[in-house]
Design a binder for this molecule. Structure first.
Ligand code: TYD
Ligand code: MG
Length: 451
C-alpha cells in the first residue's frame, strides 16, 4: 500500500517541518504543530499571473486616490486609511462571535446599490444570512449572497458575476478540491488564500476574508496569512462589554495605528464617534486609585480611566495583575516608585485596570498609572478634574511625549481643568486651554497629591 507522505505545519504561522517540533522556529509559539498530508505542488500564487508584466517607470504609474471607495461607515473607512482600495485583499480577524460577519454585512449593505457585491458564507445558510440582514436594515438589489464552501466554484461564480466586492466568511470553512486535507487545516487555508490573492490581483476584485482567531483546536489561525494579504484588521473587545474596536495591524495603504470604535446594538454595529465619553462613562467621583489619562490612538485622542487597587498582601509573592495595559511595564513602574518614592509596594497586592476594556500600550500612560497607584496606596483621591500623561524613565524622570496639544484640547473639551504633564512638554506649550502642572520627576507627585 502506498503511504501518504505527511509533513508538520505550525498552525499559527504556517512554518513547515519534516518532523514534529515542540516550539515553532518561525513564531516561537509552543505546541502548535499539526500533521497534514504533504502538498505535491504549490498552487495559486505559484501560477503565472497573466497580466502585463514588464517594468515601467514608476513616475508613469498613476496612483490617484480615485481608486478608493468610501463605505460611508466612517470608523471603518478611517481604519482602512481612508476608504477601500479597489482590488485589495483584506483580512478581518477576531474571536468567534465578536461581530465580524455583522460588520462585513453592514459594509456590504452600504456598498450595495453602488457596486456589485457578492457575499459568500460557509457558515450560515441563506435563510440565516437573510435573518441577520433583516436586523441590519434594507439592502440594495446589487447584493448577491450564496452559501458555499468550495473555492473553485466561487472562483467560477466570480467569473460569471464579476463582482466589485467579494466577502469570504470564513476562510476556515473554505476548501480547494486539489488539496487533500480538511477545511481549516494549514494547507487548505494557505492554498485558499493564495487563490483569493490571485483573484484579487488578476480580476481586480476587492476581497474581504474573515478569519477566526483560535486559541485551541486544529483550525489554522489567521496569523499565518497575514503576510499574503494587503491589509489586516483585527476586531476585538470584551464579550461582556458591548463596544468593539477595529484595529489595523498591517496596512499597505495607510497607517496601522488607527482604530475604529463600534457598539454592538440589537440592530447591528453602531459607530462610536466620541470614544472618550464612552470610555469614561460610570467613572467614580472622589475615590482613591482612579486617574484619567490622555492617550493617542492613531490620529485621535482617547481619554481613559486608569484604576489601581492596592492592598496588603497575604501571600509571600504579592499578586499583581494588569488589565488593558502591559503587565511588565506596570511592574517596572512599581519598582521605580519603590526606589524613588520610597513606597513599600513589595508587600502589596496591586491590581491595575484600564476601565472600559481598552488595551493601551503607549508609554504616555505611565504617569497616570503611577499617580493611580500612589493614590490607591495612600488612600487619597486625585481630583476628578485632573488628567495626566507622560512617560517615566528608570531614574524616575518624567519624559516628554508627542502630540501634547491634541491631548490637552480633548481634555478641555470634556471639561477637565488641570493637566499633569512632563515639564519639557509644558515649556513648549503656548496658550493652553487648561491649567498645566509640569513635573520633572515622580518625586514631585507627592507634593501634588497633598494639594
Ligand atoms: P457575528 O457577526 O455572528 O460574529 P462573528 O462573525 O465574528 O462570529 O456576531 C455575533 C454576535 O453579535 C452575537 O452574539 C449576537 C450579536 N448581535 C447583536 O447583538 N446584534 C445584532 O444586530 C447582530 C446581527 C448580532
Ligand atoms: Mg460569523
Amino acid at each position: 500500500m502506498q503511504k501518504t507522505r505527511t509533513v508538520f505545519y505550525c498552525k499559527e504561522c504556517g512554518y513547515e517541518s519534516g518532523k514534529w517540533l515542540g516550539q515553532c522556529p518561525g513564531c516561537h509559539s509552543w505546541d502548535v504543530f499539526v500533521e497534514e498530508p504533504k502538498q505535491k505542488k504549490t498552487t495559486g500564487s505559484a501560477r503565472p499571473i497573466t497580466v502585463r508584466n514588464e517594468a515601467i517607470s514608476l513616475s508613469m504609474v498613476s496612483a490617484e486616490d480615485d481608486e478608493r471607495k468610501m463605505t460611508g461607515i466612517q470608523e471603518f473607512d478611517r481604519v482602512l486609511g481612508g476608504g477601500i482600495v479597489m482590488g485589495s485583499l483584506v483580512l478581518v480577524g477576531g474571536d468567534p462571535g465578536i461581530g465580524k460577519s455583522t460588520l462585513l454585512l453592514q459594509v456590504c449593505k452600504e456598498l450595495s446599490g453602488r457596486m456589485k457585491v457578492l457575499y459568500v458564507s460557509g457558515e450560515e445558510s441563506l435563510k440565516q444570512i437573510k435573518m441577520r440582514a433583516d436586523r441590519l436594515g434594507s439592502f440594495g438589489d446589487s447584493l448577491l449572497a450564496i452559501s458555499e464552501t468550495c473555492l473553485e466554484t466561487i472562483n467560477e461564480l466570480a467569473d460569471q458575476i464579476r463582482p466589485d466586492i467579494l466577502v469570504i466568511d470564513s476562510i476556515q470553512t473554505m476548501y480547494r478540491e486539489e488539496v487533500a486535507s480538511a477545511p481549516g487545516s494549514v494547507s487548505q487555508v494557505r492554498e485558499c488564500t493564495s487563490l483569493l490573492l490571485h483573484m484579487a490581483k488578476q480580476k481586480g476584485i476587492t476581497i474581504f476574508i474573515v478569519g477566526h482567531v483560535t486559541k485551541e483546536g486544529t483550525v489554522a489561525g489567521p496569523r499565518m496569512l497575514e503576510h499574503m494579504v494587503d491589509t489586516v484588521l483585527y476586531f476585538e473587545g470584551e464579550n461582556s462589554a458591548s463596544y468593539r474596536i477595529l484595529r489595523a495591524v498591517k496596512n499597505r495603504f495607510g497607517s496601522t495605528n488607527e482604530i475604529g470604535v463600534f457598539e454592538m446594538q440589537n440592530t447591528g454595529l453602531a459607530e462610536v464617534q466620541n470614544p472618550s465619553e464612552y470610555m469614561l462613562r460610570g467613572k467614580p467621583e472622589g475615590e482613591p486609585g482612579s486617574v484619567v489619562a490622555a492617550s493617542i490612538e492613531g490620529t485621535r485622542t482617547i481619554l481613559v480611566e486608569v484604576q489601581a487597587l492596592i492592598c496588603k498582601s497575604n501571600f509571600q509573592m504579592p499578586r499583581r495583575t494588569a488589565a488593558g495595559t502591559d503587565y511588565n511595564r506596570v511592574n517596572l513602574l512599581m519598582a521605580v516608585m519603590e526606589k524613588r518614592l520610597g513606597v513599600e509596594l513589595s508587600f502589596c497586592d496591586a491590581y491595575i485596570n484600564v476601565a472600559g476594556g481598552m488595551k493601551i500600550n503607549e508609554p504616555a500612560l505611565d504617569l497616570a498609572i503611577v499617580l493611580a497607584i500612589l493614590s490607591g496606596y495612600r488612600n487619597i483621591p486625585v481630583d476628578g478634574r485632573i488628567i495626566a500623561f507622560g512617560e517615566i524613565g528608570l531614574t524616575g524622570e518624567v519624559r516628554g511625549v508627542s502630540q501634547a496639544e491634541q491631548r490637552i484640547t480633548e481634555a478641555a473639551k470634556l471639561g477637565y481643568t488641570t493637566c499633569i504633564l512632563p515639564y519639557v512638554t509644558m515649556e513648549n506649550m503656548k496658550n493652553p486651554a487648561i491649567r498645566l502642572i509640569g513635573i520633572r520627576n515622580v518625586k514631585e507627585l507627592t507634593a501634588i497629591m497633598k494639594e
